[in-house]
Design a protein around this ligand. Structure first.
Ligand code: GDP
Ligand code: ZN
Length: 359
């Protein structure tokens, strides 16, 4: 699922308009600007991407980086500036449901005449991030996400393993690889941070203690994100925006609407956008993705992250036990022996009740 590095550059160039303006206004002629201008200088050049077939005309491919109604902004495969294309009735869409086109979708479009072009096809999605709201159809908010960076803080706000578990399970249920990023490591002793991460590392979840404040472990975080399309999720106040800006100081300019302080006269947007990191890889960000669950948690996903509880429960003599501690349940014994951690069991029970309550 690795992406061609060229793709990143393109979408970066596409988002550069506002950044250029800002730099111009500030008289800033930094190296980033030069890079961007070079990237843009081939605008109008003959595109290198060949047509798919003669019959279909000049069909090209790309990834949706932003969406306004039925009009998509697309980072073309193989480079060049972003283009726009419209979703039509004639567009082949392999999935049903309301969310025919979302940010992250791989598409094909007919590059004829002036943009906006016409979308010929939306490709099958590798992964989807969905949002469910009571009484409403499930809504896909982004497609083809490779990694869910679950951001938590070691302190201020305090570390909440239950919330982390919930995000983990919902990422897993959505088929997206999770990673735990424990931010604000500067506020606790290293051993404390290590103890918070340990249960997740044991489960095979990439887990990093970082600090957006001091820059600690930022290179390891870049390594984790490189070449992937990620989303950052987690509770408000844990430092997601600070982290993103630390990863890429230019990001604030590119995601100004999303991260801008409310009430400063900046336009606020609710739509998703895919933004390229300068080190390779990209992030899909919306205020919605950051706080909502990625997918409905499932029992399978729950069990995958609680193997020790599952093992203890296997000893239970009730076939349909909720392991809530009824007499005869094997789980309390495991708890006493220390095979199962009380907090994790608590988390398991809460999530299990929630999942079963839905079904
Ligand atoms: P978000 O709601 O998750 O996007 O969180 P913000 O990025 O807005 O950060 C919330 C607060 O935490 C801000 O006051 C940041 O300055 C602070 N913060 C972010 N990262 C760190 C960190 O690594 N260490 C410390 N001490 N504070 C941080
Ligand atoms: Zn039981």
């Amino acid at each position: 699922m690795s992406k061609k590095p060229g793709k990143r550059k393109r979408s970066q160039a596409g988002h550069s308009a506002k950044r250029r303006d800002r730099h111009a206004a500030q008289g800033d002629e930094g190296p980033r600007r030069e890079k961007i201008l070079r990237g843009r200088s081939n605008e109008g050049a003959v595109p290198e991407a060949p047509s798919r077939t003669e019959l279909e005309g000049d069909v090209r491919r790309g990834q949706v980086v932003e969406l306004q109604g039925r009009e998509a902004t697309i980072a073309p495969e193989g480079g060049g500036p972003d283009v726009t294309a419209i979703l039509r009735k004639s567009t082949r869409v392999p999935h049903s449901g309301a969310s025919a086109l979302v940010v992250g979708d791989q598409v094909a479009y007919l590059a004829e005449g002036d943009p906006p072009f016409v979308l010929t096809e939306v490709e099958e999605r590798r992964t989807t991030l969905t949002r469910t709201r009571l009484g409403r159809e499930e809504q896909v908010i982004a497609a083809n996400v490779d990694l869910c960076a679950i951001v938590a803080s070691a302190a201020e706000p305090p570390f909440k393993p239950r919330l982390v578990d919930r995000f983990l399970i919902s990422a897993r249920a959505g088929g997206v690889e999770p990673a735990l990023i424990l931010n604000k490591a500067d506020l606790v002793e290293p051993e404390v941070a290590a103890a918070m991460l340990a249960p997740y590392a044991r489960l095979g979840v990439p887990a990093l203690a970082v600090s957006a404040e001091t820059g600690e472990q930022m290179e390891a975080l870049r390594d984790l994100l490189r070449g992937k399309t990620s989303v950052f999720s987690g509770q408000s106040g844990v430092g997601k925006s600070t982290l993103l800006n630390r990863l890429d100081p230019e990001l604030e300019l590119r995601t100004g609407e999303v991260y801008g302080k409310v009430g400063k006269g900046r336009h606020t947007t609710t739509s998703s956008r895919l933004v390229a990191f300068p080190f390779g890889g990209s992030v899909i960000d919306t205020p919605g993705i950051r706080s909502f669950q990625l997918a409905e948690p499932t029992l399978d996903a729950l069990d995958a992250f609680f193997p020790e509880v599952v093992a203890a429960a296997a000893e239970c003599r009730f076939a349909d036990c909720g392991h809530a501690g009824d007499a005869g349940c094997a789980v309390p014994g495991a708890l006493e022996r220390g095979d199962v951690d009380a907090d994790r069991l608590d988390s398991y029970r809460t999530l299990r009740r929630e999942i079963e309550g839905r079904g």
